[in-house]
Design a protein around this ligand. Structure first.
Ligand code: GDP
Ligand code: FE
Ligand code: FE
Length: 201
């Protein structure tokens, strides 16, 4: 990736400057997770440029994607119940909640209501059968940001830069494989995502 880029928000998508939003994210995360969010922001900018997508929107969604990652299970369960979200969520944990339910914290605490940004946060872990370009950018930026180091990450980077959609399928396939191999419960949307993208690619 090229040098880090500090972008100036000019589209009025959210009621903050970038500096203010960075502060809000930093407040809620430890340094390791915060640095990951900054790298996902940069990676999302790069993928947006490669795919002729709105760079500012991609940057905001990338920076915000793990905003709720360090909330307690108790806080997530309260939101799921209070907002009468799908009770199936209660069978899972932080891995699923911080995106799907995390978007609610972004609305309620940050007054960010752009549904495209919120959906990209909701879908960043489990994907979806239909994903907007923004969803795809954040999903992939999270997976290939320069701090990631797992077997297959270089292949994931190469595929994603060549073809964003192929990257989405690759990540979905790798994640599903990993979950099965480690005997983890699979959230139904993860399988729905896999099936939809398997037939599309
Ligand atoms: P991170 O928040 O930056 O660490 O990355 P993600 O939000 O993409 O993923 C968080 C975790 O969720 C990862 O360890 C994934 O393997 C895991 N994950 C993704 N899909 C599922 C699923 O269907 N079930 C379970 N149990 N975990 C999943
Ligand atoms: Fe995440
Ligand atoms: Fe992340």
């Amino acid at each position: 990736m090229e040098n880090d880029e500090t972008i100036k928000y000019e589209e009025n998508l959210i009621p903050y400057t970038r500096e203010q939003l960075v502060g809000k994210v930093q407040e809620k995360l430890d340094d390791k997770r915060f640095q990951h969010c900054l790298r996902v922001e940069q990676q999302a900018i790069e993928l947006a440029k490669e795919n002729d997508y709105d760079v500012e929107k991609a940057a905001i969604a990338g920076l915000l994607h793990d905003y709720a990652k360090q909330r307690s299970d108790h806080d997530f369960i309260k939101v799921i119940n209070d907002k009468q979200m799908n009770p199936v969520l209660l069978d899972y944990g932080n891995a699923i909640w911080h995106g799907v339910v995390g978007a609610e914290f972004i609305k309620d605490e940050l007054q960010i209501f752009d549904e495209e940004i919120l959906n990209a946060v909701r879908r960043h872990t489990v994907g979806a059968p239909y994903m907007t370009q923004l969803d795809q950018i954040v999903y992939m930026a999270d997976y290939i940001e320069p701090g990631r180091d797992f077997p297959g990450v270089d292949e994931a980077r190469q595929i994603t830069h060549e073809n964003l959609k192929k990257g989405v399928f690759f990540q979905t396939q790798q994640t599903l494989k990993h979950l099965v191999e480690t005997a983890k419960p699979i959230y139904p949307e993860t399988i729905t995502t896999y099936n939809a993208w398997q037939s599309a690619i």
